[in-house]
Design a protein around this ligand. Structure first.
Ligand code: PMP
Length: 387
């Protein structure tokens, strides 16, 4: 049993503790290394070889609005969404980006530069993905202005609402909250709308949807994301932004992403090989371990998620978000407290919220996750944590 410092420990617990490192563990960033084990088991199945003479041009298909999108990647994206059933790709333009981070900024540029009135207000409901604040304010654009929480937003004039569903940091499925459709635009960020994180309950069908390769398979280093865009003028403006910003997107990365996405599609119905079956089990087991620790103590809180029928798996499943939105039951700066325990997390204040909440990455390597669970177990009771 792991509890207060003075509680009795079994031999196996003591042995396990010896194996666990005393290092600082970083669960602040959502670096998705949890899935590496799966790709190692795939051995050479997704190895990509690119001859020295290949992929030299800036261009991929000059007839496409997104002229730097590799046609094979476009096909792979459509096939994967078709197989999973999480988003409509018909009658849409696909814009590829260097991660969906670049696409989010391209979308802010496109929507606001097409607006007659500027600056356009940018909002997101609290708790929001903290990077939106930087993306909307870093370059101090005259086109748009970060206005914070969408729930309390009451300014007149055009606005863009960023809707992340399931949400980063708290894993809740979300809808827009500002209700003024005539001068409002919505960017739907579906980074985590995949069956290993959340039940796929509907095929999303919005004007501007963002996806990222990073959080599907864990290949964040390839820096590939894509936008599904209905309006050609918006797609063109996004492509203009990407052209000025980076003259397109690495062809090597697109090629690797194509190979891996095709493999996902090919194996997604073969339970023994499917990445999504593997990812679902992995995330579910991590969440079970985390809940067990939290529920056996009286210090921490976690959100509860309703089970739902997943159209992809064809059964009712639980939700296992990429981040845990961990709360403390009393007023306390939880981020600083966990830092004393050598666990780095993202403070709730960065997400527009109270400091008694933190965002904890659930996508770390196994060893870091084990250390986290172990350290959390040692502080799970409030009586152990008096300053
Ligand atoms: N949106 C959300 C909600 C995210 O959590 C992330 C990654 N943390 C991104 C977008 C950006 O992902 P990337 O740039 O790696 O595609």
């Amino acid at each position: 049993m792991i509890g207060c410092e003075n509680s009795k420990k079994s031999d196996s617990d003591s042995n396990k503790e010896k194996c666990l490192s005393d290092d600082v563990i970083n669960l602040d960033q959502g670096d998705p290394t949890a899935f590496q084990e799966y790709w190692m088991k795939m051995k050479d199945r997704c190895t990509v070889v690119i001859p020295g003479w290949d992929l030299m041009s800036y261009f991929s298909d000059t007839t496409n609005v997104c002229w730097f999108l590799e046609p094979e990647l476009e096909k792979a994206i459509k096939a994967l969404h078709g197989a999973i059933g999480n988003a409509a790709t018909e009658e849409r333009y696909i814009v590829v980006g260097t991660g969906s981070s670049q696409l989010c900024q391209a979308a802010l540029f496109a929507l606001s530069s097409l607006s007659e009135v500027k600056p356009v207000s940018i909002v997101a409901a609290v708790p929001y993905y903290s990077t939106y604040v930087e993306e909307a304010s870093y370059v101090q654009s005259l086109l748009y202005k970060w206005e914070g929480d969408a729930r309390t937003f009451d300014k007149n004039g055009p606005y863009i609402e960023l809707v992340t569903s399931p949400n980063n940091p708290d894993g809740i499925m979300r809808e827009p909250v500002v209700n003024r459709r005539e001068d409002g635009k919505v960017i739907h960020d579906f980074a985590y709308y995949w069956p290993h994180y959340t039940p796929i309950t509907r095929r999303q069908d919005h004007d501007l949807m963002l996806f990222t390769f990073s959080k599907i398979t864990g290949h964040a280093g390839s820096r590939i994301g894509w936008a599904l865009v209905k309006d050609i003028e918006v797609a063109k403006k996004m492509v203009q932004y990407l052209t000025i910003n980076s003259i397109g997107v690495s062809k090597e990365s697109q090629t690797r992403a194509t190979t891996i996405l095709n493999e996902l599609t090919k194996t997604c119905r073969t339970q023994s090989e499917s990445f999504f079956d593997y990812g679902y089990e992995k995330m579910k087991s991590r969440w079970e371990r985390l809940r067990e620790v939290v529920e056996s103590g009286d210090a921490f809180t976690l959100p509860n998620y309703p089970q739902a029928f997943c159209n992809f798996f064809g059964k009712t499943i639980s939700t296992s978000p990429a981040f845990a939105w961990l709360g403390y039951k009393e007023e306390r700066d939880l981020g600083s407290f966990l830092k004393e325990k050598k666990v780095l997390t993202r403070g709730g204040d960065r997400c527009g919220c109270n400091k008694k909440y933190v965002r904890v990455s659930m996508l770390s390597r196994d060893n870091d996750f084990d250390v986290f669970i172990h350290r959390l177990a040692s502080i799970k009771d409030r009586k152990c944590n008096q300053p």
